[in-house]
Design a protein around this ligand. Structure first.
Ligand SMILES: Cc1ncc(COP(=O)(O)O)c(CNc2co[nH]c2=O)c1O
Length: 410
């Protein structure tokens, strides 16, 4: 493939800053958060320096321009995931906030005593604890789709877990942030819809939105959540996509400015979605940054990024498997651009500490997915994850670093 990796990597200041260090910085933690290209940084800097104002308030031209920029970003995001309308795009603080918005707004209105919520065994805590909290309040039951030793969900178990008329919500990740398992979203949606078309389905796309083309109409999910900071955009901004008629049926979660139609002391009526769910002054610069991130991904090409990252993943897998005492977690049919593994010689935190001495940044720990660690019988893992800018020499540095860990601790 003729992916212009050098040109792409040069656009990321943090990486370019260290690429000529004595021990060049190998950034292998993109699953946690991605680095930012100049294009995104400049878009936010330009807004603060030349166009800064609030939105949707006042009639002066600068605020009108800022409102246009804000709503233009919403349109870009809608197009990016092929939503039917930009009104199906709610800006939140990130994936966690998006899932909680869905759980507390939709859940509080529609869940009743004895109802059931189904999640998967591969979930991030954001897609577990939010549902536990609403289930506790609404006296609903939480059920879990099990995962096989290879890291793929056991789809045959889904029909056993779903009860027509009782199961109200099914929520699962498109790509796991620990094993990297890519779940067959369309297949799972078809199974669920085939049992009860009334069930609402939320897809956690935190690890898929940055790495693969998403078409929410094709997936036929009712909600989809992702974070700007994982897709080359800023922190503090995320998205909850929801089918409009479902968003329209949901009550606001927070009260304040912007989310209202008419306010009297006796009664308040609310704005239509998405404004209904965006109370107060929003993270304007972050929304503009997210719009720039979408532009950057579109210009770079999401398919090209996805193909390149798979090439890096397979290179990493082949190299890591040669390391004595290294065990990669799972072997799913399809995996996102990350690998979790353990070393016989050292605890993940000790290994990551030594790797850091060599200028290699990996994540160690439970990755906010403690049930996955328990299921696979490990206290923690080392996780190496890749982005549009990752180069093979970074994998080579990781292998050298892990061999050093083996020499020291082995
Ligand atoms: C699958 C998944 N869902 C939800 C979240 C929460 O996203 P946030 O609200 O933007 O924090 C994450 C973040 N995952 C990770 C954050 O740091 N390391 C990770 O693996 C995730 O990977």
């Amino acid at each position: 493939m003729n992916y212009p990796i050098d040109e792409i990597r040069s656009q990321f200041p943090v990486l370019a800053l260290h690429d000529h260090d004595a021990k060049p910085f190998a950034f292998l933690d993109s699953t946690a958060t991605t680095q930012k290209p100049e294009f995104v940084i400049d878009a936010m800097d330009n807004f603060y320096r030349k166009h800064y104002s609030s939105i949707k308030r006042g009639v002066y031209s600068m605020t009108a321009q800022t409102t246009d920029a804000y709503e233009s970003a919403r349109k870009k995001v809608a197009k990016f995931i092929n939503a039917q309308s930009e009104n199906e795009i709610v800006f939140t603080r990130g994936t966690t906030a998006s899932i909680n918005l869905c759980a507390w707004s939709y859940g509080r209105k529609f869940l009743k005593d004895g109802d059931e919520i189904v999640i998967s065994a591969l979930e991030h805590h954001a897609n577990i604890v939010s549902w536990q909290l609403i289930a506790e309040e609404r006296r609903a039951k939480l059920k879990v789709i099990p995962v096989a030793d290879d890291g793929d969900l056991i789809l045959e178990k889904i029909p056993e877990l779903i009860v027509k008329g009782k199961t109200k919500i099914v929520a699962f990740a498109q790509i796991s942030n620990t094993i990297g398992t890519e779940n067959p979203v369309k297949e799972i949606v078809k199974i669920v819809r085939g049992i009860d078309p009334e069930i609402k389905i939320l897809v956690d796309a935190a690890q898929s939105a940055p790495h693969k083309k998403i078409d929410v109409q094709d997936l036929d999910c009712d909600f989809l959540a992702f974070s700007g900071h994982k897709m080359y955009g800023p922190t503090g901004i995320g998205v909850l996509y929801g089918k409009y008629e479902i968003l329209e049926s949901m009550p606001p979660l927070q009260g304040g400015g912007e989310m209202i139609d008419q306010v009297t002391f006796e009664k308040t009526t609310f704005a239509l979605p998405p404004d209904r769910f965006e109370a107060g002054t929003p993270p304007i610069a972050e929304v503009i940054g997210l719009g720039a991130a979408v532009d950057w991904i579109n210009r770079t090409g999401i398919e090209a990024i996805s193909d390149y990252e798979q090439e890096i993943l397979h290179y990493a897998e082949s190299k890591l498997k040669e390391i004595p005492g290294l065990h990669i977690l799972g072997n799913p049919k399809h995996r996102g651009s990350l690998l979790s593994f353990t070393l016989d010689a050292a605890h993940p935190h000790d290994a990551a500490t030594l790797l850091d001495e060599d200028g290699i940044a990996v994540r160690s720990g439970h990755h906010c997915a403690q049930p996955v660690m328990q299921r696979f019988g490990v206290p923690a893992t080392i996780r190496a994850s890749f982005g549009a800018y990752t180069e093979k020499w970074e994998i080579d540095r990781l292998v050298e670093g892990l061999l050093r860990v083996n020499r020291i601790f082995g």
